[in-house]
Ligand binder design. Structure first.
Ligand code: CMP
Length: 140
């Protein structure tokens, strides 16, 4: 198994409800290590840039509005198969489909306000990490 890094975002619905620590605990319990982390407030334009791949989707505007509606905690998680492991811990995008015990099953409020984002592949992980962090900010 390969040691990977993935980009994680704890979204505004979760920071608003003070769930950051409980979500980070789930990552750590799954063997993922937080090697970079910061709490920031995105502008709608920055959220739009991050989610540019979804710009033709009907929910794009709502997604960008939501991601700019409060603080987010952006993180780099490191570990064996970190990308797929993080996706397992997060659960399905729609909390109605998320397996019991996953972050989204326990905390997400809807498909839009679904508490966390995680990269979906090595190339997107590299791009998404570089969107938020410089090399100096990542300490493994
Ligand atoms: P995320 O993993 O951050 O990637 C894109 C996001 O778009 C996704 O999680 C959801 O929060 C959001 N999304 C996906 N489908 C919908 C939908 N039907 N309505 C609103 N938001 C959605």
């Amino acid at each position: 198994m390969a040691i990977e890094r993935t980009l994680s975002i704890i979204k505004p619905d979760a920071t608003r409800r003070n769930l950051t620590g409980r979500i980070v605990a789930k990552f750590e319990e799954a063997g993922l290590r937080v090697v970079a982390q910061k709490r920031i407030r995105l502008t709608k334009a920055q959220a739009g840039q991050f989610y540019e791949v979804h710009k033709e989707r009907p929910f794009y505007d709502e997604l960008c509005e939501f991601m700019a509606s409060g603080p987010v905690v952006v993180q780099v998680l490191e570990g064996e198969d970190a990308i797929s492991r993080n996706r397992e811990v997060m659960g399905a995008t729609n909390p109605a489909d998320a397996a019991p015990g996953t972050v989204r099953a326990e905390f997400a409020q809807s498909v839009g306000e679904n508490s966390v984002h995680g990269s979906d592949a090595p190339e997107t992980a590299a791009q998404e990490i570089a969107f938020f962090f410089s090399g100096l900010e990542i300490v493994g």
